[in-house]
Design a protein around this ligand. Structure first.
Ligand code: G3H
Length: 258
């Protein structure tokens, strides 16, 4: 029955959050690899959770990019109230994604759907160190970097290391190095091995992994059986306050090896 199914899912959510030692897991039924509606459900789960967790006052929400984040953004609904206002910012500078799945785009869609505001961070990818340093002194850029450093909520996805490296057109040399270091997961432009240790980092301005520890509200959103290994690796060392939103296929695959 539906009640049994719901109960079973709650048990799995509990087991998975205990396994990772995190505050909460939310699981959508199905397999995101095969059913696009699963990713849409991630968006609804995120919307309900944000509504629950975001305090009154001014919230600054830093978001990452990727296809999951882009689809999730489309599902959000109003999160503004008379007392609560939300500002979306990209968590980091560009890390080689197509425009429509860049953090800047995700932030603007989330702001539009939730009736919030957004700020973009325009830092071109290919810059000499000199130009980069000049750009970092620009007031408009500093402004957004300041906002990012004050974020009280971060929303991000998790990807498979080599898949992400290829999609972001990293060099042969870098890809070989990732293989040698047994990188299996990627998030925030950081690469992780199976133990959840950082083995490589794409240098970018904005939110750094260590900053995440001090962010009170964090959502990691990723699913599909094919991502089980990556999610398992990243979540091993994820901040305890992280809420993981994933799917049934992925959760079962992770718990099979637990
Ligand atoms: O860092 C992880 C990636 O943003 C995940 O990308 O949602 O397209 O798999 P994806």
């Amino acid at each position: 029955s539906l009640m049994d199914q719901l109960f079973g899912m709650h048990q799995t959510e509990k087991r998975l959050s205990e396994y990772f030692g995190i505050d909460r897991c939310l699981i959508a039924s199905g397999d995101g690899d095969r059913q696009p509606k699963v990713i849409a459900e991630f968006g609804q789960l995120l919307n309900e959770s944000l509504d629950l967790l975001l305090p009154d006052g001014e919230n600054t929400i830093a978001v990452m990019g990727g296809t999951t984040m882009a689809k999730v953004a489309e599902e959000l609904g109003n999160l503004e109230t008379g007392k609560r206002h939300n500002l979306f910012v990209p968590a980091r500078g560009g890390i080689g994604e197509a425009v429509n799945v860049q953090a800047n785009s995700v932030g603007s869609v989330m702001a539009m759907r939730t009736n919030g505001n957004y700020r973009s961070l325009f830092v071109p990818e290919q810059l000499s160190t000199n130009t980069y340093e000049f750009l970092l002194k620009e007031p408009a850029i500093l402004d957004v970097l300041n906002l990012i450093s004050q974020a009280n909520c971060v929303i991000h996805s998790i990807g498979r290391a080599l898949h992400m490296a290829a999609r972001r057109k990293m060099s042969e040399k870098e890809i070989l190095m990732l293989k040698q270091k047994n990188a299996v997961a990627e998030s925030f432009g950081y690469f992780f091995n199976e133990a959840g240790e950082v083995v490589y980092k794409i240098p970018r301005i904005g939110l750094q992994l260590k900053d995440l520890q001090n962010v009170p509200i964090i959502f990691a959103i990723a699913g599909g059986k094919s991502k089980a290994k990556a999610i398992n690796a990243y979540m091993k060392n994820a901040p305890k306050q992280t809420w993981l939103i994933t799917d049934e296929a992925c959760a079962n695959e992770i718990l099979k090896g637990a």
